[in-house]
Design a binder for this molecule. Sequence first.
Ligand SMILES: C[S@@+](CC[C@H](N)C(=O)[O-])C[C@H]1O[C@@H](n2cnc3c(N)ncnc32)[C@H](O)[C@@H]1O
Length: 217
Amino acid sequence: MESNTQYARMDYWDKRFETEKNFEWLSGLEAFQHIVTPLIPKSSSIAHIGCGSSQVSMQLWNLGYKNITNVDYSKVLIENGRLEHPYMEWIADDITTLANCESSSFDVVLEKATIEAILVTEKSAWEPSDSALQNLENIFSSICRVLKPNGIFISVSFTQPHFRVPALLREKNWSVEMFEFGESFHYYVYVCRKGAAANKELADRYSSIAKSWLRPL
Ligand SMILES: C[S@@+](CC[C@H](N)C(=O)[O-])C[C@H]1O[C@@H](n2cnc3c(N)ncnc32)[C@H](O)[C@@H]1O
């Protein structure tokens, strides 16, 4: 039987993208567009990190966003993307470093379900491993580095705020806000603004249950 842990392996994604042209994790833009588009002016430079074969970048393009960079560590996916959608930028990069992305180059960094893929080998949502926390710190500091001052990180996720808000609060250089969407199964949009002060009410509400996500390394 297939195991979810494969989602943490680059060779799994490379193989998958040899044939997969379009697959949407969690949901398409139409379900959370009402939350994110008011936050993003049309002139924004947007990086969709861990983009996979999602159509969110193409949907944003069709809404009038014309400065879009797609980032994924699968070179197979990036090559396919360049061939099929040459009007957008495509960068092969690991989101734990974003080493191939310039500092202060994006107004918006968007991720959907990629942090979940990276954390899939974790044994417990209550007791994250040191390596999970280190990965998160690396991802968040890399995102902060590539964001322009006042830029925003948008994370679309199924992870409950009791687990995700304290994780996001490991990064001290941004504020954290949360929105919810979905009818039966609920999803979350976390919005972090670089250079803004943390929202104390949200931090207090969500930092007391799963405290290990804030444990110092
Ligand atoms: C669960 S899929 C999500 C794809 C897309 N964001 C969506 O919502 O449909 C995870 C994606 O992240 C990519 N990925 C996983 N780990 C990564 C990493 N460390 N750096 C960059 N991309 C990564 C995979 O290649 C895959 O395309």
